[in-house]
Design a protein around this ligand. Structure first.
Ligand code: TYD
Length: 193
């Protein structure tokens, strides 16, 4: 079982991904939690490069995909093969939303690279945590280079379009409090488990 959390910065996806990880572990499930970019030695180095340097959007796209390829081959595939549940804090839809809808790279190019990096692996379910950009910005304490209002508006709209395009995406109203959001996630998961 592969579960991905997606959403704009400040949507609470990292909190919810961690809550689900702890919950499933407490139920005795074998479960892993990974973040993108990162969660491998190479991936964390790529993350540092991405977060600390300015670069053109194609270089950035290729670095996100390189980090993803590494995570898929080193962690996700081996975990799935031994029957673990894998929870991802961001996956392929982030690249379509940020580099595609946000930065204007053709979606078809990104889809091809996503397919290449993931070896065609698709999440069983994607929780898209959605909330207005103003609300997300209020929640963010540490501003990073990605957190710009107009940019995040484009990214949010992109995510909402992707939710309509892919039938494994479950849209979650992330304006609600942490516990309410988590209960909704669990309710949606019950059908799959
Ligand atoms: P994230 O780890 O969610 O940020 P933080 O831990 O600081 O909350 O993601 C880091 C940034 O990378 C985030 O702004 C979104 C961006 N990103 C992309 O632009 N494309 C991608 O493919 C991925 C995975 C992330």
């Amino acid at each position: 079982m592969l579960i991905a959390f997606e959403g704009i910065d400040g949507s609470g996806k990292t909190t919810q991904a961690k809550k689900l990880y702890e919950y499933l572990k407490s139920k005795g499930k074998e479960v892993s939690l990974y973040r993108e970019p990162g969660s491998t030695e190479i991936g964390e180095k790529i993350r540092d490069i991405l977060l600390c340097h300015c670069m053109d959007e194609r270089t950035e796209l290729l670095l996100f995909e390189a980090a993803r390829s590494c995570l898929v081959s080193e962690k996700i595939i081996p975990d799935l093969q031994v029957g673990k549940t894998v929870i991802l804090d961001r996956f392929t839809l982030s690249t379509l939303a940020y580099q595609g809808y946000g930065k204007g790279i053709e979606l078809e190019t990104i889809k091809t690279l996503n397919e290449f990096a993931t070896r065609g692996i698709k999440p069983d379910i994607v929780f898209l945590l959605d909330l207005p950009v103003e609300e997300a910005l209020k929640r963010l304490k540490n501003k990073t280079r990605f957190e710009n209002k107009e940019f995040l508006e484009k990214v949010r709209k992109g995510f909402l379009k992707l939710a309509k395009e892919y039938n494994n995406v479950v849209l979650i109203d992330a304006t609600k409090d942490e516990e309410t959001v988590f209960k909704e996630i669990l309710a949606r998961l019950e059908d799959l488990y």
